[in-house]
Design a protein around this ligand. Structure first.
Ligand code: FES
Length: 148
């Protein structure tokens, strides 16, 4: 087994494009070094890291969240089963929170379907000219649903 991999080998092993590898590296999710021929080389653990990235992305975990989670992993070694358990537990909680929020949004949207009032006072979808900006960024009426 080779100790270090070229970008092409990593791409082939992970089933992704070389550009994706460069993108992950640019985002600080993986790292490489240059050999004497000035070609990028990757440690073997990059395969597991990319697998984790792909799995997390399937769950809708953002690259920023993945980056944060990876910061807890010791660099230079392959993520262990325990590492994965810790990461997946944290992501599971995040996923559960998002499912709850999406369910609430779905319920709110069901109230709007067929209504069409777009009342700035009552409709969670409407905020013309950002009139609710003083209450916070984004869809304030929707965000207020989080605390209920
Ligand atoms: S459109 Fe009427 S409450 Fe949203």
């Amino acid at each position: 087994m080779e100790a270090e991999l070229s970008v092409g080998q990593v791409a082939k092993r992970c089933g992704i494009n070389v550009s994706a590898i460069h993108f992950y590296e640019q985002k600080g999710l993986i790292s490489s070094w240059r050999n004497q021929g000035n070609q990028r080389r990757y440690a073997r653990d990059v395969i597991r890291r990319i697998s984790l990235i792909k799995a997390a992305q399937q769950l809708g975990i953002s690259l920023d969240e993945i980056h944060l989670a990876f910061a807890s992993l010791p660099s230079g070694r392959t993520a262990t089963k325990e590492d994965w358990a810790d990461l997946s537990n944290a992501w599971k909680q995040s996923l559960t929170q998002r499912i709850i929020k999406m369910q609430k949004l779905k319920d709110l949207l069901e109230g709007c379907i067929g209504c069409g009032c777009l009342s700035m006072k009552n409709c969670p979808l409407y905020n013309p000219d950002d009139l609710l900006a003083k209450q916070g960024p984004g869809p304030v009426l929707l965000n207020n649903q989080d605390t209920e």
